[in-house]
Write a protein that binds this ligand. Sequence first.
Ligand code: 5GP
Length: 190
Amino acid sequence: MSKRGLLVVYAGASGVGKGTIMKKLLAEDPNIRLSVSATTRAPREGEADGREYYFITREKFEELIANDGFLEHAEYVGNCYGTPKEPVFRMLAEGYDVFLEIELKGFLQIKKACPECLSIFIVPPSFEELQARLEGRGTETPEVIAARLKTAREELEHHHLFDYVVVNDDVDRAAKEVLSIVSDRKKQMV
Ligand code: 5GP
């Protein structure tokens, strides 16, 4: 594998099913890698440090910002999230297609620094469905769910900034659509 990989911004509202689609992408395309972000958010049940996220303190997060350790970083509903720079550069150089599962403000930073990146926005079939999914997940308090839904509405208004919008009406179908978008972009790169 000698060719440089593709940088993919993979965004979408909290609870839209990005993680479930991502699992399928990773299972179906061995050339895809997911960047593991750092966050100051507390781990949810079942999340492991270094797998879903690097769970770090705000002090450590600020130290990483000061040392230019992030490709992008943003605050989302009271917590900080950032993409560690070094692993992304390394994986791209190794030829992998690297997915950044990030929110809107992070995407805008990446788009500015790397306009040729591929950006995909996952949306729910309806806003009501998103609300039902977030509530059904049961991992957040009603206040946090309300704040996440408000942010989701704001993010949805910016869908036009992304190269592609994929509706998660069915996980298998949505995963196939993402894989075909990636494959088409790679053909253009040859
Ligand atoms: P959650 O707390 O539900 O895991 O993530 C909240 C939001 O932060 C999601 O939209 C997720 O995609 C986003 N996010 C996760 N990691 C990063 C990151 O490194 N940078 C940015 N900007 N957003 C992130």
